[in-house]
Design a binder for this molecule. Sequence first.
Ligand code: NDP
Ligand code: TDO
Length: 283
Amino acid sequence: MRILMTGANGQLGCELRRVFASETLILKDLPEFDLSGLRIEEDVVGARPDLIIHAGAYTDVDGAEREPERAMAINASGTAQVARAAARVGARLLYISTDYVFPGTQRHPYSEADAPAPVNAYGLSKWRGEQAVAESGADALIVRTAWLYGAMGKNFVKSIMRAALTQPSLRVVDDQRGSPTSVEDLASVIKATATGSMQGILHVTNRGDCTWCEFARAIVEAMNLDISVLPISTTEAGRLAPRPAYSVLGQQRLARLDLAPRDWREALNQFVKAEQALVTVHP
Ligand SMILES: NC(=O)C1=CN([C@@H]2O[C@H](COP(=O)(O)OP(=O)(O)OC[C@H]3O[C@@H](n4cnc5c(N)ncnc54)[C@H](OP(=O)(O)O)[C@@H]3O)[C@@H](O)[C@H]2O)C=CC1
Ligand SMILES: Cc1cn([C@H]2C[C@H](O)[C@@H](COP(=O)(O)OP(=O)(O)O[C@H]3O[C@@H](C)C(=O)[C@@H](O)[C@H]3O)O2)c(=O)[nH]c1=O
C-alpha cells in the first residue's frame, strides 16, 4: 500500500512511520511540502497514494492566536487541498483533529455527534479542516485526539519532566480537564482503521481524564521525585489563547470497535520509565 503522510517529522508522524514501516511511505513535511502553499493538491495527486494520513498542522496554540491567518492557511486551506486530492485519486484519508474543537462548557464527555464551537484560533482552524474533509467527498475518517505526547518533538510530559529536574516546585493549571494520549496508542488505532470502511468522526484518547495539574503530578510521581506541584488557574497561567475547561472525548464508538486504549496512567508510567532509561544510557 502507498501511504502518504503529512507532518511526517512531527511527534505523531515519527510514530506513524515506525508503525507503517513495512508499507511504501511517501513522507511529506516542511520545508519542501508547505501546507500554506498553492501546489499541495497537485503534489498529493501526483504521488498517487492509496491512503493519506494527514497529521501535518500548525500546532502552537498560543502562536495561532497571534497569527490566525497563518494557522487557517495551514490547518484549513492546506487540509482542503489534501482532501480534494484524496477525492481525485480515490485515496482513503485519515485526518487527525483535536479536542480543542469543543468549547469546554459540558461536564460530561463530548461525543462525535456533539457540535464543535472552538474557543481559540487553533481549534477553529482545525474545525474548518474537518469541514473541508467532510465536504470533499473523499473516503475519509476524522480522528479526533487530545493532549498527545511521545518521544519525539515538544509536549507537556517532556516539559514537565525537564522542569521537575531543575525546579523545586511547579505551578500547573488545575481548571482544564482532558485525556492525555500516548502517540503509541493512537498510532495503533490509526493502523487498525487505516483500511476498512469506517467514515465520519472517531474519538481516540487514552482512557480516563485529569487536569493538567493532576497530569503533572502523575508525571512527577512516575519519575519518583518528591517535589510539589501547585494548582493554579488558567488566568494565573497567563497564556494568550483561551483553552476549553473540559474537553474529554467520549469513547463509545471506539469501544464498539473493541479498540479502546489503555488507561492514561498506565501509558504514562511506561513512557516516563522509557524516557528515564534513555537519559541513563545517554547522559
Ligand atoms: N499535540 C497534541 O497534543 C495534539 C495534536 N493533534 C493533531 O495531531 C496532529 C499531529 O500533531 P503533533 O504530531 O503533535 O504535532 P507536531 O507539531 O509535532 O507535528 C506537526 C508537523 O506538521 C508540520 N508543519 C507545520 N506547519 C506546516 C506547514 N505549513 N506545512 C507542512 N507541514 C507543516 C510540523 O513541522 P515543524 O515542526 O517544522 O513546524 C510538524 O512536523 C496535528 O494535526 C494536530 O493538530 C490533535 C490533538 C492533540
Ligand atoms: C508546561 C506547563 C503548562 N501549563 C498549562 C498551560 C496550558 O493551560 C496547559 C497546557 O499547556 P501546553 O501548552 O503544554 O498545552 P496546549 O498547547 O494547550 O496543548 C494542546 O495542544 C494542541 C496541539 C492540542 O490539540 C490539544 O489537544 C492540546 O494537547 O497547561 C502550566 O500551567 N504549567 C506548566 O508548567
